[in-house]
Design a protein around this ligand. Sequence first.
Ligand code: S3P
Length: 171
Amino acid sequence: MAKNIILVGFMGTGKSVTGQIVASRLHREFIDMDHVIEERAGKKISEIFADEGEARFRALERSLVQELSQRENLVIATGGGVVLNPDNIADFSRTGTVICLHANPDIILKRVSQQQHRPLLEGDDDKARKIRDLLEKREALYKAIPLQIDTDNHTARDSAEEVIALTSLEK
Ligand code: S3P
């Protein structure tokens, strides 16, 4: 069995689309953590945040990390805040290769500005400032991941190629 491939990184770095391409190229099961959490909760992430609070969402995210870390052969797209709990990265690293996708704040703003499903950016008129603030707070956590891909001038297909190259180097 093969180690899991886990994509982390800020919102709008392309984790989900890239993960889907990697999974189909490697004939592996793809797991989008936010989708699994939504399916199990029977509501959208933004509703979980609004009804039950961010702490509840982080608890659901944490227990899904523990569950997925017991499995193999998966390609996993995480939510952007998975790095906030160092136990998440420690668990994923034990049974998988964790890769961080990076993009600069202007590109992130362009990619997320048409989308409405991100509770941490909702209701904030100045999305650019919110993105910069969040990125700044989390920068050290993302940078601490040894394997990094810069997605600024990348399509998701380019990022997927890099993910596959990085994971095959590891074998
Ligand atoms: C979050 C990112 C979202 C989602 C939730 C919280 C974050 O996932 O998990 O809204 O804290 O950065 P994406 O990175 O897929 O947008």
